[in-house]
Write a protein that binds this ligand. Structure first.
Ligand code: BJW
Length: 226
């Protein structure tokens, strides 16, 4: 019998594709902490710095490719179909490029721009600093379509419904430092799901999982899927 599986991914799954995580190494970008570049307050205070951070990551994403962990999840979707939902905290598009179709980007997407004037969204794969005005309303205050601290993550209703129905919850490459994603393991377990963590090392929430396996995602995710 097929089981309903919810997979939560974090920056660790894209590390072997060459994209930096948030809290490994010194956790800094050009001397700035994540709080300096990933809050609405930072964008009001220093929009140019915030744009430089996201423009640099958009450029890095262009040369990144999916790794064996993304590919393994796409293969799993071919087996489970609609019974697999990937909820990613990542703003990259590597799951989609690997072939996954049922992906929820709870922290938004790097290749989307959001207009603070009309709340319109449009595909944007170039630098946002100096970008043209919003095609919808002409406003020039465009921002990356991502979820910063203090903002509500996207699609929470859909995610919570999937967690309540899941037979298995798997977290891959996430430190468990940021809520509400860090609370998903408790929610799924309380609703009766088995829980599995696949991470390079122990995370802040490892103790909450039924099983926690350590190693690089590019190795341990394909092993789990096989
Ligand atoms: C590998 C690997 C390899 C490496 N293989 N693994 C106190 C208590 C509870 C909550 C709060 C609190 N104070 C404030 C809050 C709320 C706040 C929060 O959680 N703050 C914490 C700092 C405590 N959260 C929010 O504000 C959120 N909104 C919210 O809560 O709204 C209210 C609400 C209420 C009720 C329900 C729902 C909502 C919004 C959070 C937005 C986070 N935004 C960011 C930026 C997104 C845009 C961008 O990408 O720039 O999201 S911050 C950043 O952290 C990014 C990530 O998605 C997120 C999580 O990071 P992640 O993915 O876990 O990465 P790392 O670097 O932390 O970890 C990588 C892991 O991979 C490590 O464990 C490595 O070991 C591992 N790894 N290489 C496998 N090769």
């Amino acid at each position: 019998m097929l089981v309903k599986v919810v997979v939560l991914t974090g920056a660790g799954i894209s590390a072997e594709s060459g994209l930096a995580t948030f809290r490994d190494a010194d956790g800094l970008w050009q001397g700035h902490s994540i709080d300096d570049v990933a809050t609405p307050e930072a964008f009001v205070r220093e929009p140019a710095t915030v744009h430089r951070f996201y423009d640099a990551r958009r450029r890095e994403l262009r040369s990144a490719t999916p790794n064996p962990a993304h590919l393994a999840l796409a293969r799993l979707e071919q087996v489970l179909g609609d019974d697999l939902l990937v909820v990613t905290q990542n703003v990259d598009d590597l799951h989609e490029r690997a072939g996954s179709r049922r992906v929820v980007h709870m922290h938004g997407e790097l290749l989307s721009a959001l207009c603070e004037g009309c709340q319109g969204r449009f595909v944007w794969d170039d630098d946002l600093a100096g970008a043209p005005a919003c095609p919808g309303c002409g406003n020039t205050m465009l921002r990356p379509d991502v979820v910063w601290f203090g903002e509500m993550p996207y699609d929470m209703d859909l995610i919570e419904r999937a967690l309540l129905e899941a037979d298995l919850f798997v977290a891959i490459g996430t430190s468990g430092a940021v809520y509400p994603a860090a609370g998903f393991v408790r929610m799924a377990a309380l609703a009766g799901a088995k829980t599995l963590e696949l991470n390079l090392d122990s995370s802040e929430t490892s103790h909450l999982f039924d099983d926690s396996r350590q190693g690089p995602a590019g190795t341990i995710v394909p092993e789990w899927v096989a």
